[in-house]
Design a protein around this ligand. Structure first.
Ligand code: ATP
Ligand code: MG
Length: 418
C-alpha cells in the first residue's frame, strides 16, 4: 500500500548542491498553525496527539528517527533520514516542515556555518537573503544575527571569486536561521503540510464512501480537520457494477494510510433487498432519490452504533442529477441527521486535483466499461418536490425502520490495521 509522495504539496524547494563533507541535516522542524490559537490545556493535548501521529507516520514509512521533541510551539524530529521531512509533511495538523542543520546558539558558530554553507549553495550571480528569527534570551536581535550571517556569506562568496548580491525581496536563495535558547537551526527549504488538526482531536464520523472520485476527497478534507473516519459503502449487489466494491475498499485503504497506526473498519452494506423492494413501488425517476435516502438512514444507524458524530458525503451542488438543491432537500426531508457535505461548493476540477494529490484518483477512474449502478434510470428526477421522498416511502409495503435495522445487522464489517 503506497501513498503519493508529498511532492505535490511542496511550495518552495531548493535544489541542494552541498558537497560531501558538509554536516548532515539532523533535525526536522515541524510547524503547526491553528493549534497555537487554543488554550494552553487544549494545545498541550493536541500537541501530544500530533507528536504521536508523526511518530506513527514515520514508522509506517520506515523512516528512522531517534527522538521527537516538543518545544514552545514547534516539534523537532531528530532524524538524518532524507525522507523524514517529506513524510512528516503528510501528517494532518502539520502546516510546514523544514529539514535543518543543527548549530549551537553561539553567534560566531551560526555565522561561520552560514558562511560555509551559503558559499556552497549560492552560485555566481545569484542573489541571496538571510532570514532570522529568535526565541529565548540572547545578546543579539534577529536582525543583527541576520546581518552578521549575510556579511559573512558576502565575504566568503567574494573571497571565492563570486559576485555576491543581496536581494531581500525576491532572492534566488534564502537562508533561514532559527535561534532558540541553546540550539539554532539553519535551513533552506520549507515543505508545506496539509494543515488542519491532528487526527483524533475532533472525534469520529461515518463517511458514505463510494468508488467514485468525490466521496474520498470529501472524507479526506474532514480527516484534515482532525476527524477519524468510518467508511460505509453500499454494495447494491444485483444492481452494482462489478468493480465498484473493490474500488470503494481500495479508496478506504488509501484514506486510512493518511492516518496510520490505527485499527480501522469499513462497513460494507448489502443493499440489494432494499433496492428490489423499493423499486416495486417507487416511480422510476425517483429511484436514485430513494436509494440515497436509505443510505442516509442506514448511515445514521451506523453512526449511532459507532458513537460517531456525523455523516460525510461527497455531494457537490449541481454536479449530477442527484445533487440539485431540490433533490438534496427532498432526500433528507424529515430526517434528522448531521450530514456534512464538504465538497458542496467545490468545482469538479478542484475535486479532481485533490483526488490526484491524495492518491484516490487512479482508483476512482478505474472502469471495466460497465455501468456503476444498473438501477439508475435514464431520466432521474432533477427537481424533486420537497415531500417526494416521504410520499414514496409511504407507498412501501415493508417497514422502513426494520429494514434499516436489518441492513445494519447484516453489514459485513471489514477490520484492518493500517
Ligand atoms: P462519488 O464521486 O463520491 O461517487 P457522485 O458524483 O457519483 O459521487 P452520487 O452517486 O450522487 O454522486 O453520490 C453522492 C454521494 O452519495 C457520494 O459522494 C457518496 O458520499 C454517497 N454515495 C453514493 N453512492 C454510494 C455508495 N454506493 N456507497 C456509499 N456512499 C455512496
Ligand atoms: Mg458515484
Amino acid at each position: 500500500m503506497s501513498i503519493p509522495p508529498a511532492d505535490s504539496l511542496t511550495v518552495e524547494s531548493d535544489s541542494e548542491n552541498f558537497e560531501s563533507g558538509q554536516p548532515e541535516k539532523t533535525i526536522v522542524i515541524v510547524r503547526y498553525g491553528e493549534l497555537s490559537l487554543k488554550s494552553k490545556g487544549v494545545r498541550d493535548r493536541y500537541e501530544q496527539i500530533l507528536k504521536n501521529n508523526i511518530q506513527q507516520m514515520l514508522e509506517y514509512h520506515n523512516v528512522s528517527f531517534s527522538k521527537i521533541q516538543r518545544d514552545f510551539g514547534r516539534i523537532f524530529i531528530h532524524s538524518s533520514d532524507p525522507a523524514a521531512a517529506k513524510i512528516t509533511a503528510l501528517v494532518f495538523g502539520v502546516v510546514s516542515v523544514s529539514s535543518a542543520y543543527l548549530c549551537s546558539s553561539d553567534p560566531a558558530e551560526i555565522t561561520a556555518f552560514c558562511a560555509n554553507t551559503g558559499e556552497k549553495m549560492i552560485a555566481d550571480g545569484e542573489t541571496f537573503a538571510v532570514r532570522a528569527r529568535r526565541a529565548g534570551n540572547h545578546s543579539f536581535t534577529s536582525n543583527e544575527i541576520a546581518r552578521q550571517c549575510g556579511d559573512a556569506i558576502w565575504e566568503k562568496l567574494a573571497a571565492s571569486g563570486k559576485t555576491p548580491a543581496v536581494d531581500l525581496t525576491n532572492p534566488d536563495k534564502e537562508i533561514f536561521v532559527e535561534v532558540r535558547q541553546t540550539n539554532s537551526y539553519v535551513y533552506f527549504e520549507t515543505i508545506k503540510g496539509p494543515g488542519g488538526f491532528p487526527t483524533g482531536t475532533q472525534g469520529k464520523m461515518v463517511v458514505l464512501l463510494s468508488g467514485g472520485i468525490d466521496s474520498p476527497v470529501g472524507a479526506w478534507l474532514m480527516m484534515k480537520r482532525g476527524i477519524e473516519i468510518i467508511p460505509v459503502f453500499f454494495d447494491n449487489e444485483q444492481y452494482a457494477g462489478s468493480i465498484v466494491s473493490e474500488k470503494a475498499i481500495e479508496n478506504a485503504k488509501v484514506l486510512f494510510s493518511w492516518t496510520p497506526g490505527r485499527r480501522q473498519k469499513i462497513y460494507r452494506i448489502k443493499n440489494g433487498e432494499y433496492m428490489d423492494k423499493m423499486m416495486q413501488t417507487t416511480g422510476t425517476k425517483n429511484i436514485c432519490l430513494m436509494c440515497k435516502r436509505f443510505m442516509f438512514r442506514v448511515a445514521g444507524a451506523v453512526m449511532d452504533k459507532e458513537k460517531a458524530s456525523g455523516i460525510i458525503t461527497g455531494s457537490s451542488l449541481g454536479q449530477v442529477a442527484s445533487q440539485t438543491a431540490e433533490n438534496m432537500l427532498s432526500e433528507t426531508y424529515g430526517l434528522s441527521l448531521p450530514l456534512y457535505h464538504p465538497l458542496l461548493a467545490f468545482d469538479k476540477q478542484e475535486i479532481v486535483d485533490i483526488a490526484q494529490r491524495i492518491g484516490t484518483f487512479d482508483i476512482s477512474i478505474r472502469s471495466d466499461g460497465g455501468k456503476e449502478c444498473l438501477a439508475v434510470p435514464e431520466k432521474p428526477e432533477v427537481k424533486a418536490i420537497l415531500t417526494a421522498a416521504v410520499s414514496e416511502e409511504e407507498k412501501f409495503v415493508f417497514d422502513i425502520d426494520e429494514m434499516v435495522q436489518k441492513t445494519v445487522e447484516n453489514a459485513e464489517i471489514i477490520e484492518m490495521k493500517i
